[in-house]
Design a protein around this ligand. Structure first.
Ligand code: NAD
Length: 301
C-alpha cells in the first residue's frame, strides 16, 4: 500500500490520519503540536520530527491545516515541500482555504511535475472519526482518480467540482448556506419558545414541514432537543465559531471578486461576528449562535 505523509493532526486531521492507518496505509505524521503527535502514534501513525522526515519515501501528501498561510508555508517557497518531493507525488490538501491559494499551490505543484488537488471537507469531527466525510475536490481528473482510494477511506461522498480551486468554491458556498440556515433555525426556535412552545415539539413539527433543514434535523441548536450534538454539551467541541467566521470571510472575499450579491451571508457573518466578540464564544460550536437569540429567564415584556 502507498505511503502517506499527513500534516495537521488536529480535530479533523487526527481522526482522518487514524482511519488511513487503520486500513493499512503507512502514515508518516507531522504536526507542530507534540500532544497531537503522541495521539497520532497511539492511532497507528508514525510520528515524525520534521516535515522533511515525514515526506521521505511518501507517494501521497495530505494536509489538513487551519489556514491558507499555513498551507502556503508548508508547500511553497524555498523551504517548501514542493522543492523536495519527487515528481508524480500526489498532493491532497483538505484544508479550507481560499480558491486563490489553492490555485497557487496547484500551479506551483504542476511546475514541479507534481499532481495536486484541493479536497476540503464537510461533515465535522464526527464524520472525520466515522470516515464519512464529504469531499469536494478541485483539480484535473487524473489526479482526482489517483486520490480516490485514500479519500474513500476518510469519506463516503466524493465529488469533483471542477478545476483547481473549485473544491474550495463548493466548500464556501456550502458553509455560507450552513451559516444562514443555522441562524434562521435558531431564530425560529427562539420565537416559538418565547411564544410558549416546547423547542422539541416545535422541532418535530418543522422537521415534517417546509422549514426542515440540516441544522434543524441533524444539529439542532436548541439545548434539550437532540442528544449527542454540541447543544447537548454546552456547545463544546464541534465546529467552532472561529472556523465558521473564517469560512464566511472566505465566502465574502470570493463574492467580492465575482461581484456576487450575498446579503444573507453578510448578515449571517455579522451575527457570528457579534456572537464571537468574546474569545470564549469563538471557541464554542457555531450552533451556540442560539445564545444570541435567547433571553434570560423572566425577561419577557
Ligand atoms: P485544528 O486547529 O484542530 O487542527 C489544525 C492542526 O494543524 C493543529 O494540530 C496544528 O498544530 C496543526 N498545524 C498548524 N500548522 C502546521 C504545520 N505547518 N505543520 C503541521 N501541522 C500544523 O483544526 P481542525 O478543526 O482540524 O481544522 C482543520 C481544517 O479543516 C481547517 O481548515 C478547517 O477550516 C477545516 N474544517 C474543520 C471542520 C471542523 O469541524 N473542525 C470541518 C470542516 C473543515
Amino acid at each position: 500500500m502507498e505511503k502517506i505523509a499527513f500534516f495537521g493532526l488536529g480535530n479533523m486531521g487526527g481522526p482522518m490520519a487514524a482511519n488511513l492507518a487503520k486500513v493499512g496505509y503507512t502514515v508518516a505524521a507531522f504536526d507542530l503540536s507534540p500532544v497531537a503527535l503522541e495521539q497520532a502514534q497511539r492511532d497507528g501513525c508514525l510520528p515524525c520530527d520534521s516535515a522533511q522526515q515525514a515526506v521521505e519515501g511518501a507517494d501521497i501528501v495530505i494536509s489538513m491545516l487551519p489556514s491558507g498561510d499555513a498551507v502556503k508555508e508548508l508547500y511553497l517557497g524555498e523551504a517548501g515541500l514542493l522543492q523536495q518531493l519527487p515528481a508524480d507525488t500526489l498532493i491532497i490538501d483538505c484544508s479550507t482555504i481560499s480558491a486563490e491559494d489553492a490555485c497557487l499551490v496547484s500551479q506551483a505543484a504542476g511546475e514541479h511535475g507534481l499532481r495536486a488537488i484541493d479536497a476540503p471537507v464537510s461533515g465535522g469531527t464526527a464524520a472525520a472519526q466515522a470516515g464519512t466525510l464529504c469531499f469536494m475536490c478541485g483539480g484535473d481528473e487524473a489526479a482526482f482518480d489517483a486520490a480516490r482510494a485514500p479519500l474513500q477511506v476518510m469519506g463516503s461522498k466524493i465529488f469533483l467540482a471542477g478545476a483547481a480551486g473549485a473544491g474550495q468554491v463548493a466548500k464556501i458556498c456550502n458553509n455560507l448556506l450552513l451559516a444562514i440556515h443555522m441562524t434562521g433555525t435558531a431564530e425560529a426556535l427562539q420565537l416559538g419558545v418565547d411564544k410558549g412552545l416546547d423547542a422539541k415539539v416545535l422541532s418535530d413539527i418543522m422537521r415534517e414541514s417546509s422549514g426542515n433543514n440540516w441544522s434543524l434535523a441533524n444539529y439542532n441548536p436548541y439545548p434539550g432537543t437532540m442528544e449527542s450534538v454540541p447543544s447537548a454539551k454546552g456547545y463544546a467541541g464541534g465546529f467552532s465559531v472561529a472556523l465558521m467566521l473564517k469560512d464566511l470571510g472566505l465566502a465574502m472575499d470570493a463574492a467580492s471578486t465575482s461581484a456576487s450579491s450575498t446579503p444573507m451571508g453578510a448578515l449571517a457573518k455579522n451575527l457570528f461576528q457579534l456572537h464571537g466578540a468574546s474569545e470564549e464564544n469563538r471557541q464554542l460550536d457555531f450552533s451556540s449562535i442560539q445564545n444570541m437569540f435567547r433571553r434570560p429567564a423572566g425577561s419577557l415584556t
